[in-house]
Design a binder for this molecule. Structure first.
Ligand code: ZN
Length: 456
C-alpha cells in the first residue's frame, strides 16, 4: 500500500501542475522538469538493467510516468510526444544509490538545508534518479522526502530510514536513533519509530574492535530478531549495518531483509557465500567510502574529471586537495581501508558470481561517488553489464520495489539516463550523461543548482 501511494504521486503531480500552469502560477518543479506528457526515444542502444546483452536499434515509448512500449524497430509516437534521437547513444535505467547519508543533516551548522538540496541536485544531474538515505537526522531527511514526493523540489526519489535502531551506546547511537535493549520494553519505542514511516528500518549490529576502532556495546540478537519480526509484520522492510561475516550471519538468522554493507573485516567463507546465494539477501556494496581515503591521498587528480568538476565547487575541490587530504594522509584508518578494500571487492565478486544479490550503495552523498561505486565493482572483477544491474534492478530489489523501478521494461516507471558513450566498453562512460528522465519527464539539467550551472 505504502509503495503504490509513494509511486503514484508523480502522475497526480503532473495533472496538478497543468492546473497550476493554467491558473498562471508556477511551482518550483516547473523550472527543472519539462512538462511533456509523452516521449519517444528513437533508435537507441538499450541496456535494460536486467543483465542481458545490449539491444541495438531499440525504440522506447513513454506516456505520462510509465514506459508503455519497447520495440526493436520504429514505432509510432503518441500524440504530442517529444522525440529524442537515440542513435549513437545508450539508454540505461536511472541509477539508484541505496546507501547514502544526505549532506547537511549532521555536523557543524546543521541542519543545513542548502547542503541537502545541492546534494540532491547533484545526484539528479549525475543520473541518479533514486537514493535511499540509510541514517540521518529524521526531521531533516523526512522533510526532503516529503518535498520530493509532493514535487516541491527537484530531486531523485528519496527513500529514508531517519534515525537508526541500536543498543544504548551502539554504532550510530550518538546520532539520536531509537535505543532498545529488552523486549517487550522496545515495543513503544518501535511504534514511535514507525510513526515516521521509514521506508526501511535500519539496525546497526557492529561492536567495532576492528580497524582503528575501540569496542562498543552490541544490540542483543534476540531483541533484534523480535524487533525485525514486529516491524515486518507491520509491512516495513529492514536493513542492518554489519561489517563482519559472523554478525552478518546472525543478522540473516534474525530475519533482517537486507545488509547495508559488504563484509570488510576479512575474506568470506564458502559457507557464507552459499548462505547469501540461497537466501538472496540483498547486500549494499559501499566500497567507495573506504577506498575514498587513499584515493584522495594518492590520486587527487580524480577531482579534475568532468563530472566532479560539474558537481563539486572550486572551493570544495581546493579543500579536498588541501586540508582534507592532509588529514587522511595522517590517519591509520586510510591505510587499513586501502588494505581491506580489495578484500571487500573480492567478497562482493564471489557472492555475485554465486547468485547472491549485490546492490549499489556508496555510503556517500554525491552523484560522482555513486559512479565510483560502479568503477570499483568492475575493478573487482564484476562485468560492466552486471555492475549496471547492481546499480539499477538489484538496487530496486533492495528497497522491495523491483516491480516498479530499476529496469527498462513495459509498464515500469520511466526513470532513465541517456549516455553519449558505451558503458559496457568502459564503465566510466556512465558519467557521459546527456539526458536524465525521472517519472517520464526530462530533467532540465541546466536549471539544477550545481557548480557547472553557477560558474560563469
Ligand atoms: Zn552508512
Amino acid at each position: 500500500m505504502q509503495t503504490s501511494r509513494v509511486l503514484n504521486r508523480p502522475g497526480a503531480l503532473a495533472s496538478a501542475l497543468v492546473a497550476v500552469a493554467l491558473a498562471g502560477l508556477a511551482l518550483p518543479v516547473s523550472a527543472f522538469a519539462m512538462q511533456q506528457s509523452a516521449l519517444l526515444i528513437e533508435d537507441v542502444t538499450l541496456i535494460d538493467g536486467r543483465g542481458g546483452p545490449a539491444i541495438e536499434g531499440a525504440w522506447v515509448s513513454i506516456e505520462d510516468d510509465r514506459i508503455v512500449r519497447i520495440s526493436r524497430g520504429p514505432i509510432e509516437a503518441a500524440d504530442g510526444a517529444q522525440r529524442i534521437d537515440g542513435s549513437g547513444r545508450f539508454l540505461i535505467p536511472g541509477l539508484m544509490d541505496i546507501h547514502i547519508h544526505l549532506s547537511g543533516g549532521f555536523g557543524q551548522g546543521s541542519p543545513n538545508q542548502n547542503a541537502g538540496r545541492r546534494a540532491l541536485h547533484g545526484f539528479l544531474y549525475s543520473g541518479i534518479t533514486s537514493v535511499y538515505d540509510a541514517g540521518n537526522n529524521p526531521d531533516f531527511i523526512f522533510s526532503f522526502r516529503d518535498r520530493e514526493r509532493s514535487g516541491a523540489i527537484a530531486s531523485p526519489r528519496v527513500f529514508a530510514s531517519g534515525g537508526v535502531v541500536t543498543a544504548p551506546g551502539g554504532h550510530g547511537a550518538g546520532l539520536g536513533g531509537t535505543l532498545i535493549d529488552s523486549w517487550p520494553e522496545a515495543i513503544p519505542l518501535l511504534d514511535a519509530h514507525l510513526a515516521r514511516e521509514p521506508d526501511l528500518v535500519k539496525f546497526t549490529f557492529d561492536e567495532h574492535g576492528w580497524g582503528t576502532r575501540p569496542l562498543i556495546p552490541l544490540l542483543d540478537p534476540e531483541v533484534m530478531a523480535r524487533a525485525v519480526a514486529y516491524i515486518n509484520e507491520r509491512g516495513t522492510r529492514t536493513t542492518a549495518h554489519i561489517s563482519h561475516e559472523y554478525r552478518a550471519r546472525q543478522a540473516i538468522a534474525a530475519g533482517l531483509n537486507t545488509l547495508a554493507h559488504p563484509i570488510i573485516q576479512g575474506p568470506v567463507s564458502d559457507e557464507f557465500v552459499g548462505l547469501m546465494s540461497s537466501t538472496r539477501t540483498p547486500m549494499a556494496s559501499t566500497l567507495t567510502i573506504g577506498e575514498g581515503y587513499s584515493r584522495l591521498v594518492e590520486h587527487p587528480e580524480f577531482l579534475d574529471q568532468p563530472l566532479y568538476r560539474d558537481v563539486y565547487s572550486r572551493e570544495r575541490i581546493a579543500e579536498l586537495k588541501g586540508p582534507i587530504r592532509d588529514g587522511y594522509a595522517a590517519r591509520a584508518w586510510t591505510t587499513w581501508m586501502k588494505v581491506m578494500t580489495p578484500v571487500a571487492q573480492e567478497n562482493l565478486r564471489q557472492i555475485h558470481a554465486a547468485g547472491g544479490v549485490i546492490a549499489l550503495g556508496s555510503d556517500q552523498s554525491s552523484g560522482p561517488q555513486t559512479h565510483r561505486e560502479l568503477e570499483l565493482m568492475v575493478a573487482g572483477g564484476i562485468s560492466e553489464v552486471d555492475a549496471i544491474r547492481i546499480g539499477t534492478l538489484n538496487a530496486a530489489g533492495f528497497l522491495g520495489l523491483e516491480n516498479e523501478l530499476g529496469s527498462i521494461e513495459e509498464g515500469k516507471l520511466a526513470d532513465l539516463v541517456l549516455l553519449g558513450a558505451d558503458p559496457l566498453a568502459d564503465i566510466s562512460n556512465t558519467q557521459r550523461i546527456e539526458v536524465v528522465i525521472k517519472a517520464g519527464r526530462i530533467i532540465d539539467r541546466a536549471a539544477l543548482e550545481v557548480p557547472a550551472n553557477l560558474t560563469p
